[in-house]
Write a protein that binds this ligand. Sequence first.
Ligand SMILES: [Mg+2]
Ligand SMILES: [Zn+2]
Length: 251
Amino acid sequence: MAGSSTVVVFDFDHTMIEDNSDTWVVEQMGLTDSFNQLLRTLPWNSLMDRMMEEVHSKGKTIEEIAECLRRVPMNPRIVAAITKAHALLGCELRIISDANQFFIETILKHYGLFDCFSEIITNPSIIEEEEGRLRICPYHDSVSSPHGCHLCPPNLCKGLVIEQIQASISEKGKKKMIYLGDGRGDYCPSLKLGERDHVMPRKDFPLWKTICDNRTLIKAEVHEWSNGEELERILIQLIEANSTESNCKTP
Ligand SMILES: [Mg+2]
Ligand SMILES: [Zn+2]
């Protein structure tokens, strides 16, 4: 298929969806004040686990959290772009996100996109069935296996994950990577991309600003986008151009 020579890696919050899934749930559950107070003392990932404890102690069920997640807005052009990249162009799609497994899976299933992704790398979540409580854990254990990257939060270094993906795909021949993101946590993985790769930072968001501050540090080609229409147009163009260039035969 046309895009089989391309691996597309998405950030989730503010890239695929139009909001931050963590703060969305916190706001909808009426926990914003508590969240803002604890943000001074707890790392984000531990704070979200704590927020889920508060949701549970307020008597809210996991199904209520899921209902709340199904209301997170997603641009229809982004839904279309993902579907096309997967089904029509045959790209391998992955997500690397500092949200968590439960939030991402619930939203993807709601929009019919879950099966488009070969891998979702994020903070694990555990549903404690008896308690009816959602637990959120760090992706990297900062005690037993610290990642040692000063750019990233202790629970997840997306750059390290990108290096692992690069190592696994280089065994299967030449593949280009397209990375889409918006936040500070997307800078480390952008630095790991090579000259043949592409990074798509969301315009006016922190990743875009950091890249603009020092363009020479990024080896990949940079393509900014502002909205779903632009994301779709640029992403599909890049995939199609890559498949023409690599001149792959249809499998
Ligand atoms: Mg993001
Ligand atoms: Zn990092």
